[in-house]
Design a protein around this ligand. Structure first.
Ligand SMILES: [Fe+2]
Length: 231
């Protein structure tokens, strides 16, 4: 179960604003299953990227309000908040320059890059974030294919002080064997400091629970995690 983690800090829970939950009903189903699994804090992280999902506070807050009241009534001890999963593109840099970001909490900002092609400026963007006082949380580092053959990037980014967030679905093998292998290697190396479901749809839920059967999940759950505000 997920009570050992307690917080889901990467989930596409808000209805109708990205490729995640499609309706209020689906969001409530996901919430219900998360609560039953032992999750007591959820930070919803819709995509913000200029080419597909140009979200902002103006789209995120109304979507959040659609589920907040019902969630509070059904699960009064569940803490529900919102942030974003930023794609590190020019639009993100523009937001960063004016510090107009939605952090997970404190200075922690969830950020992703391309899974297929190397983005040469990604490291510079992370550096800029750190210089401006933000703490980058890199979403699913195990899924970036260009990094698999250039593994020193994991060491370099880790030494820069970024936080690597693994996906539960990677530990369940749902993206493929390479993603699972890399997730397990990063856990073994002590580089993973945060866990997220990255859940998009209710149908993925059984796979989320399957991840908890992976021994690496148990190992990671016993280490200090951002999910429990321990780092
Ligand atoms: Fe995501």
């Amino acid at each position: 179960m997920l009570s050992a983690v307690g917080t889901d800090l990467h989930i596409h829970l808000l209805p109708g604003i990205d490729d995640g939950s499609a309706s209020v009903q689906e969001s409530m189903e996901i919430l219900t299953r998360h609560y039953a699994s032992g999750i007591r804090r959820i930070i919803a992280t819709p995509h913000i990227r200029s080419d597909f999902f140009l979200n902002s506070r103006q789209t995120i807050l109304p979507a959040f309000e659609k589920i907040r009241a019902e969630a509070n009534i059904r699960y009064p001890d569940l803490s529900l908040g919102y942030a974003a999963e930023y794609f590190a593109d020019d639009y993100f840099v523009m937001l960063l320059e004016t510090d107009d970001l939605l952090p997970l909490f404190d200075e922690y900002v969830l950020v992703e890059t391309s899974m297929r092609t190397e983005q040469p400026y990604f490291r510079d963007i992370l550096r800029l974030m750190i210089d401006k006082g933000w703490k980058p949380v890199i979403a699913h580092p195990e899924r970036y294919r260009p990094w698999w053959s250039n593994r020193k990037i994991y060491d370099e980014l880790f030494e820069m002080g970024v936080i690597f967030q693994v996906n539960l679905l990677s530990l369940a093998g749902k993206y493929g064997p390479r993603e699972q292998e890399m997730a397990e290697l990063l856990i073994q190396q002590g580089k993973i400091k945060a866990i997220g479901s990255d859940l998009h749809r209710t149908v993925q839920y059984d796979d989320i629970l399957k991840a908890t059967q992976n021994p690496y999940f148990s190992e990671l759950s016993s280490q200090p995690l951002l999910n429990r505000n321990e780092i």
